[in-house]
Design a binder for this molecule. Structure first.
Ligand code: C2E
Ligand code: CA
Ligand code: CA
Ligand code: CA
Length: 274
């Protein structure tokens, strides 16, 4: 209310200031983190529902801050995007994931893939992702790039060219958080997309006769008819898995199968279940 404006302002200023200081400290810490090697990746298995096999994993970044302990990517990735540090962090993630997929292909076969999250800003730089893969003797098919709908909705020439280069190299593309961002689906005709990732919010309350189940079934039908496959995220229960499986969903990931794992734990799991 207007007549409260003055007091409200005075009241909120310190809080805003503290938040701003916290952010600026975090962003200078982020810069340090790269140099001081405070990031690492964990890998969440992606399970093929028809067979139970694990032929893919999603790489997720972790930050162990020396004083503040674990900081969630949900907190620092947006800040890294604002400060443009995301390009360096993203480059680090990509290189690490590529090294890992090389090792896991040697152990588990050449069809093993790692999927990597990429922020829209990473499409603005001139990093040569394809060249990096090829330089290590890996096929493009080793990597799935996860992007969000927003990137495709305002895709300029730079973005389109990168996506075309991915297609030519065999790098696959997944739409992350599918269904949460925008109502337009026209980008599905324009770009070569390999996977739709059903967002956790559609999986959380999945039940027989639920509207979420209808939505999941519709996404699967649409995806398959357009030549795409579907990965469900956030699968936490046997019932969710069974419903998604019956709906024809191709892949799933979530705590029901495994949390994001360290390299050692991932290898232990694969030794058990393949
Ligand atoms: P996302 O790409 O949608 O990743 C899925 C998130 O769901 C991950 O959170 C994962 O740990 C969590 N998750 C997996 N299974 C379950 C489940 O069964 N239940 C629930 N409730 N959650 C589950 P995380 O690792 O905290 O990452 C959060 C977000 O941070 C990611 O969302 C992604 O947008 C971003 N992120 C993480 N790593 C990177 C990265 O290397 N680069 C970029 N650009 N973004 C990243
Ligand atoms: Ca993702
Ligand atoms: Ca997602
Ligand atoms: Ca999500």
């Amino acid at each position: 209310a207007k007549n409260q404006g003055r007091n409200a302002w005075r009241y909120f200023t310190p809080a805003l200031q503290i938040a701003a200081e916290h952010r600026s400290r975090t962003s200078s810490d982020l810069r340090e983190a790269l140099v001081r090697d405070q990031f690492h990746l964990v890998y969440q298995p992606i399970v093929e529902l028809a067979t139970g096999r694990i032929r893919k994993a999603e790489a997720l970044i972790r930050w162990q801050h020396p004083q503040r302990g674990f900081i969630s990517p949900a907190e620092f990735i947006p800040l890294a995007e604002e400060t443009r540090l995301i390009r360096e962090i993203g480059g680090w993630v990509f290189e690490r994931a590529v090294e890992q997929v090389a090792a896991w292909q040697a152990a588990y076969g050449a069809d093993f893939q790692i999927s990597v999250n990429k922020s829209p800003l990473q499409f603005k730089g001139d990093e040569d992702w394809v060249g990096y893969l090829v330089g290590l003797g890996l096929s493009g098919h080793s990597i799935v790039v996860e992007i969000t709908e927003g990137l495709l909705l305002d895709a300029d020439e730079q973005v389109s060219n990168k996506l075309l280069a991915f297609r030519d190299a065999g790098i696959q593309v997944a739409i992350d958080d599918f269904g949460t961002g925008y109502s337009s689906l026209s980008y599905l005709k324009k770009f070569d997309i390999d996977y739709l990732k059903i967002d956790q919010s559609f999986v959380r309350n999945l039940a027989p006769d639920s509207s979420d189940l209808v939505l999941c079934e519709a996404i699967v039908t649409m995806a398959h008819r357009l030549g795409m496959q579907v990965i469900a995220e956030g699968v936490e229960t046997r019932e969710q898995r069974d419903l998604l499986s019956a709906a024809g969903c191709d892949f799933a990931q979530g705590y029901w199968f495994a949390k994001p794992l360290s390299v050692a734990d991932f290898e232990t799991m694969l030794a058990k279940v393949g």
